[in-house]
Design a protein around this ligand. Structure first.
Ligand code: GLU
Length: 261
């Protein structure tokens, strides 16, 4: 019998590496974990960022050369998405799975017929035992790359797929009561049962250097999920492989980062 549906969202900082472009080890750990979760009869889908960063790397551009030009950024995602999916397919195949690329937009998820279409595609991918790898379709939506972030996109996908868990993999690894990059005494928050002003203040406006999201959008994503009874875990890439052994017990998940439920 099917156990849980788990959406794992991995951010740019966790999926890319300065020298190799794609962080092959991170994708390898993700693939091994996904295969293990599937063998435990969970459904797994991945939301992956990284396209823009890989596009910049591939074309050997300066990392800030694109900062003010949204259509230029969209073109870079078109280039990097190819490398991203190549890495996923090559590595997941080693663990016995093919991946299916699903590109969507926030707007697309608000439109009933497209919503149904994505839903049906995901269902059929599961039937085919293929692991969906989803990203924002940045090149087709004029403003997507400015307002879109994969944190909220992954929450909307979790709702659409009636997931039980959303796992947000991020470089900070958890929510802290202050920014751990600035305050070495920052305290890790292991569980959140209500997103109140105090929690929102902790998230601040923090953002990572390479992705679109940051902690604020992760809290927004957790809020979308909380409203639908979906648990959200914010964790780091070193903990991805601990998911199967956690058996999705609350205490074990709390030990991996911050759990919202
Ligand atoms: N879709 C963007 C990319 O693949 C990332 C968006 C985000 O960081 O949330 O580069």
């Amino acid at each position: 019998m099917l156990k849980n549906t788990i959406v794992i969202k991995i951010g740019t900082a966790s999926i890319t590496a300065p020298k190799t472009g794609v962080d092959l080890l991170a994708i390898n750990n993700l693939a091994r974990t996904a295969a293990e979760l599937k063998s435990q009869r969970h459904r797994v889908m991945i939301v992956s960022s990284g396209a823009m960063s890989l596009g910049i790397k591939k074309l050997a551009l300066e990392s800030n050369s694109h900062s003010d030009n949204s259509s230029f950024k969209q073109a870079l995602t078109a280039v990097g998405q190819v490398d991203l999916m190549n890495a996923y397919e090559n590595i997941f195949q080693y663990y016995g799975y093919h991946v299916g690329q699903v590109l969507t937009t926030h707007q697309g998820l608000e439109d009933q017929s497209r919503y149904e279409s994505i839903h049906n595609t995901l269902e059929n991918l599961f039937e085919l035992d293929v692991i969906p790898v989803i990203n924002a379709n940045d090149p087709v939506t004029p403003s997507e790359i400015d307002y879109g972030d994969n944190d909220c996109l992954s929450a909307k996908i979790a709702v659409l797929a009636k997931a039980n868990y959303l796992v947000l993999v991020t470089d900070s690894g958890a929510l802290y009561d202050s920014d751990p990059r600035e305050n070495p005494d920052a305290k890790l928050i292991s569980k959140v049962t209500e997103i109140n002003d105090e929690i929102l203040a902790m998230a601040g406006t923090s953002s990572s250097n390479v992705g679109m999201g940051g902690m604020k959008s992760k809290i927004e994503a957790a809020q979308i999920c909380l409203e639908k009874g979906i648990k959200t875990l914010i964790t780091g890439k070193a903990n991805i492989e601990k998911l199967p052994e956690s058996n999705f017990e609350l205490e074990s998940l709390e030990a991996l980062g911050t759990l919202f439920y």
